[in-house]
Design a protein. Structure first.
Length: 204
């Protein structure tokens, strides 16, 4: 049995990232009904952005945080607890203005904390989540298959970096070209589904 944390962040409730995440969850449930799922929808239940009252606390090492300060970062504590308790993490991310959604960025800002999900060692940043497996399902309307186009892609490189920083071992399933015509869309949808199928089977 695995505890699987599912993060949804697409503003469109019928978007491709949500569709593909739903297909992944259905496959895993069909293969093994003993898996437990925790669903966190960042659009239906928005995460507050950092503000003047908590930004400095978020950046403080846990051993220096007072009980009074801890109350101000209760959301961060809860989200990190969910992340640490998970054996597997699924993140659905649609592209907005070449980057992740504001809702997903707000979640990342709450869970990326020194001494909690990462620290600094002799060779730089060290993730504290133990190379926890993660599936990131990306959706975007365009294609980023040339150097010029890839230079505009701040979604996948950003996620690859920040998830690795925390110690998540991420596999990307990328559905791109959804606005580039039926043939391109269908071909890329098949490619994304192939990755999702493979990862779902690995969970057994």
């Amino acid at each position: 049995m695995a505890n699987i944390l599912v993060i949804e962040s697409s503003a469109r409730l019928a978007g491709y990232s949500r569709q593909l995440v739903g297909e992944f969850v259905a496959q895993v449930k069909a293969a093994n009904s003993s898996h437990q799922f925790v669903f966190r929808d960042l659009v239906k239940d928005p995460i507050p952005v950092l503000n003047n009252d908590n930004v400095d606390i978020i950046r403080t090492h846990p051993e220096h945080i007072t009980p009074e300060q801890l109350e101000k970062i209760a959301v961060s504590e809860q989200l990190i607890a969910e992340l640490k308790a998970a054996d597997f993490v699924v993140i659905g991310s649609s592209m907005y203005n070449w980057n992740v959604s504001a809702s997903l960025k707000a979640w990342l800002d709450q869970v990326m904390r020194i001494g909690m999900t990462f620290t600094y060692g002799g060779d730089g940043v060290v993730g504290l989540l133990g190379d926890k497996p993660c599936l990131a399902v990306l959706a975007r309307g365009g294609s980023y298959d040339t150097p010029e186009r890839a230079a505009r892609d701040m979604q996948q490189p950003y996620l690859a970096n920040v998830l690795k920083v925390m110690g998540l071992d991420v596999t990307f399933a990328v559905m791109e070209g959804s606005l580039m015509g039926d043939e391109v869309r269908d071909n890329n949808l098949a490619k994304a589904r192939a990755v999702i199928d493979s990862v779902a089977k690995s969970l057994g």
